[in-house]
Design a protein around this ligand. Sequence first.
Ligand SMILES: *Cc1c(COP(=O)(O)O)cnc(C)c1O
Length: 358
Amino acid sequence: MNIINIIRPEIASLAAYHVPDASGFLKLDAMENPYVLPVSLQQELATHLAQVALNRYPIPSYSTLKASIAEKLGVPAGHDIVLGNGSDELISMISVACAKPGAKVLAPVPGFVMYAMSARLAGLEFIGVDLTSDLKLDKQAMLDAIALHRPAITYLAYPNNPTGTLYEADDIVDILGAVGDSGVVVVDEAYQPFAQASFMSRLAEFDHLIVMRTVSKLGLAGIRLGYMAGNNALMTEFEKVRPPYNINVLTQAAAEFVLLHVEVLDAQAADLIVQRAALANAMSELPGVIVYPSSANFLLIRVANAEHVFAKLLEQKILVKNVGKMHNLLENCLRITVSTQAENALFLAALAASLSST
Ligand SMILES: *Cc1c(COP(=O)(O)O)cnc(C)c1O
């Protein structure tokens, strides 16, 4: 067997998505919610899950789950929902559905890596448009690139990962206008619980707008559930790409149950917003640390020597994300998940010690 005779060259040249082993570490690298469900709810959930018919396939319309998402998470009436095994799978479905020969995908960079990855896997060309030096959206560069490339898919993470930036709503509207009827604009609201801003209520204004969300950052990363909503004709096409049983019965049952108690997760998110402000303040008082404004459950900081600080944090059993190599605009940047007050305090002490050791 000869790999290069068989595997597409753009796949063979990729490295597999690497997730570091975090056992024994304070895990501040993946934007997980540090809180779990209250014990009483955990027990009720267990009872609920025990009744699930594991011998049966899921019912692929998922109508109860979709109705519950629409009601509890604010999808406006008249807009169909498509479910994904995490929003990663939704991104992949959109890519596959739009992968006409020569079609292009456009997104600001640095941004969420799966947009480029998924485009590549589907054989689409990815165009990254640099953010400004202060990590804001370069609207003019976006409009120019859209005019030049006529992208089939434009992704806007709202707020953006890994910068935490919440783009101006007016800029997004201008981008929607520039894309016009030659493509879709996906507003990825993975961090919506921490942003208090959304395009969901504006779906009716734009028939090429897709609002994509996930329950991962809200506190259910382990169940793998994402959803997108948009124009019904568009959603009908994406449904054709979706694997019919992509949401397993346990995920379905767990999500339906937790959504009945969504105020618990909302309260956790509200607390993390408070912790985010406290952590941002505390870090900005450390010498040589620049903290970028964030509307997500993480903070991006720039330090003098991120490699060193990252290594020192690892020695202290703390895992953050070193994004310094991701893009030249992120040189010496680290991304830190906002956690509980106690974990943030541990991290802060470790960060201070890392900065002062040279
Ligand atoms: C984390 C993240 C997602 C992925 O969410 P899953 O539902 O866990 O696959 C999507 N978009 C952005 C911008 C993210 O940061």
